[in-house]
Design a protein around this ligand. Structure first.
Ligand code: ADP
Ligand code: MG
Length: 317
């Protein structure tokens, strides 16, 4: 996945300003940044629910699974087991395949070829969803996530907040997506289920992007950390988990502070010269000329002066 020269503002609130990033197919990435930095918005852009003002995010035709922070079920009458199983569109594809086979029986030869190609395509989709072992996979997931039979029979519309997120999470894991987008997935998980989920995500065959305030969870699961910077509106991907990111970022901030101090010293010096030149008599051509050129330099330096990101390095991200 690749983000290139992304710009986005909501009214006067800038979210991304010329932000770019690159993530590989099997990366497990923690998405961090202070509240309002644009983490959830990034997921919405990837899902095409929101669009950028400029630039783009390229996702190579992959199947994306999303666990939103707030879960809403469309079909509230569905029971939990059916809802979980619908995480892979196996029943839907099987029905489609049957329709194609029915048509085949009284089709012309020319049509038959076309229908056979269609059947082949549907079948290969079914294969990719492990049509014949999917039920077993789901059962072991149900067992591992401690979803009991009573819960399985409930209607999704009757679930409590905690049950909802657990069930939605289980369905997402079952869905076999190439990319998982998880927005605060651990809020309602008990310790044992969380352990299972940590292992599952660590070994997931695809890309995982996870927004979480659960530092221990992030440190266990992720191998990269994507930092959305609310001050500079840039995005940077760091190698390592959250702990490693914090160390790298703190070092960056120390180096940046040193650079800013130096920049401020230079600016002060230039300001002094400019001030002196302005106060000099009109006949002091040399000083006046020097003042003019220093003023230009000063403007450039002010333009290049970097912005301090935090007064404290204790990040709440
Ligand atoms: N559709 C929208 N219209 C206007 N403002 C929005 C919209 N979506 C998000 N925002 C604002 O953009 C900022 C980033 O939001 P969000 O991506 O949800 O942040 P977070 O990093 O906390 O997930 C917030 O200040 C939010 O209020
Ligand atoms: Mg959010």
């Amino acid at each position: 996945m690749k983000g290139k020269n992304m710009y986005l503002a909501f009214g006067s609130e800038v979210i991304y300003d010329d932000a770019s990033f690159l993530i590989e197919d099997n990366d497990k990435v923690g998405v961090v940044g202070v509240n309002g930095a644009g983490k959830t918005t990034l997921f919405k852009i990837i899902l095409k629910e929101e669009s950028l003002d400029a630039g783009k995010i390229t996702v190579n035709n992959k199947k994306i699974g999303y666990l939103p922070q707030e879960i809403n079920f469309t079909d509230k009458e569905k029971n939990v087991l059916d809802y979980l199983y619908s995480g892979r569109p196996i029943e839907k594809l099987e029905k489609e395949l049957n329709v194609v086979y029915e048509k085949l029986s009284n089709a012309s030869e020319l049509e038959q070829n076309k229908l056979l190609r269609q059947a082949e395509k549907i079948q290969s989709e079914l294969d990719s969803l492990n049509q014949y072992t999917a039920e077993d996979e789901l059962l072991s997931l149900i067992e591992n996530m401690k979803i009991d039979s009573e819960l399985l029979e409930m209607k999704v519309g009757d679930l409590s907040g905690g049950q909802k997120s657990k069930i939605a999470f289980a369905r997402l894991l079952f869905s076999n997506s190439d990319i998982l987008l998880l927005d605060e997935p651990t809020n309602h998980l008990d310790a044992k289920t969380k352990d299972f989920v940590i292992n599952y995500l660590k070994n997931y065959h695809g890309m995982v992007l996870v927004i979480s305030h659960d530092i221990d969870f992030l440190n266990e699961v992720v191998t990269k950390t994507m930092f959305i910077n609310k001050v500079t509106h840039k995005i940077k991907v760091y190698k390592g988990n959250y702990k490693e990111f914090k160390r790298l970022y703190a070092n960056e901030m120390i180096e940046k502070e040193l650079r800013i101090k130096e920049q401020e010293r230079e600016i002060k010096k230039l300001e002094e010269v400019v001030k002196r030149a302005e106060g000099a008599s009109r006949t002091n051509h040399n000083l006046k000329r020097l003042g003019q050129s220093r003023k230009k330099m000063l403007e450039k330096k002010l333009d290049e002066l970097e912005v301090r990101e935090f007064s404290k390095i204790n990040l709440t991200i």
